[in-house]
Design a protein around this ligand. Structure first.
Ligand code: BV8
Length: 233
């Protein structure tokens, strides 16, 4: 196994679960409370913008009351102390990685705390509700939507992600069901390039079979333990 210098980490909703943020597909998760096609697609937004804006207003407000957990803190420690390349690609739209202190974070599905103006394309930091159609800070149009990648929309910075995977020595997936592409395909891409792969998840995922090693348990325990191994090793 070649020396480990460059690490790519993919995180999903499971890493924020112990912070009290609902996942999507677990029992009682977001997709049990809402239909994906109604609240996480451009078609759903066009059909009933109030429903979608309320769905995101509720989640945007909720995440601002949550705190990073030991898994976020361990990745921030790795980001600080790791001498090689590191990229945390998160599917999550919360900001808990950043609030734990991580810097090398890429939000491939966007972020709750930005507004995207569909009139002028500007993205601006946003913490309040959108249901009352506030004006875009840049152009004044009342055309804001959540800066979140919906189904059928292209995730952000895919070129940067593929480039990081090509240079990686290790790919670690944390807290994701492996249900959504293209993120769910990264492990196969890594395997094809002979990258070492590790999954840290509460239970087996749809992609577990693709990983060299899978460890099952809560992220708040598995991630600090793995970071200690990497930094200690
Ligand atoms: C695109 C933002 C193309 C919104 C999200 C048929 C086959 C293959 C693909 C497709 C297909 N039909 C359509 C597609 C494409 C589609 C897709 O993959 N669909 C799936 C459902 C089949 N993908 C897309 O549309 C993507 N775009 O393909 O564009 C394109 C090409 C050209 C031009 C334009 C476009 C866009 C996908 C992004 C959608 N947006 N979110 C929001 O957040 O509100 S996806 C949503 O699901 C989340 O963002 C999240 O990222 C993603 C995956 O969910 P997870 O994070 O994994 O969460 P989940 O609840 O599923 O699992 C939690 C896991 O954690 C579990 O395994 C659980 O065991 C574990 N866990 C729980 N607690 C803990 C824990 N682990 C550790 N510790 C714990 N304590």
């Amino acid at each position: 196994m070649r020396e480990m210098r460059n690490i790519v980490i993919l995180t999903g909703a499971g890493i924020s679960a112990e912070s009290g943020i609902d996942t999507f597909r677990d029992a009682g998760g977001l997709w049990e409370q809402h239909r994906v096609e109604d609240v996480a697609t451009p078609e759903g937004f066009a059909r009933d913008p109030d429903l979608v804006l309320r769905f995101y207003d509720m989640r945007r407000e909720a995440i601002q009351t949550k705190q990073p957990n030991p898994a976020h803190e361990a990745l921030a420690r790795l980001d600080r102390d790791w001498g090689g390349e590191l990229l945390i690609v998160t599917q999550n739209v919360d900001d808990l990685h950043e609030r734990a202190g991580a810097g090398r974070v890429l939000h491939m599905h966007g972020t709750h705390l930005n507004a995207w103006c569909t009139a002028c394309d500007a993205r601006t930091p946003w913490t309040g509700p959108m249901i009352d159609r506030p004006s875009c800070p840049e152009c004044g149009a009342r055309s804001l939507r959540p800066d979140v990648v919906w189904f059928g929309e292209m995730p952000y910075e895919m070129d940067r992600i593929h480039s990081a995977l090509r240079q990686a020595d290790m790919f670690v997936s944390i807290g994701t069901s492996g249900a959504v592409y293209p993120a769910a395909g990264f492990v196969q891409e890594a395997r094809a390039m002979r990258v070492r792969t590790l999954e840290l998840n509460l239970e087996a995922s749809q992609g577990s079979r693709w990983f060299h090693e899978t460890r099952q348990g809560p992220a708040s325990q598995l991630v600090p333990q793995w970071v200690d191994e990497v930094l200690g090793g």
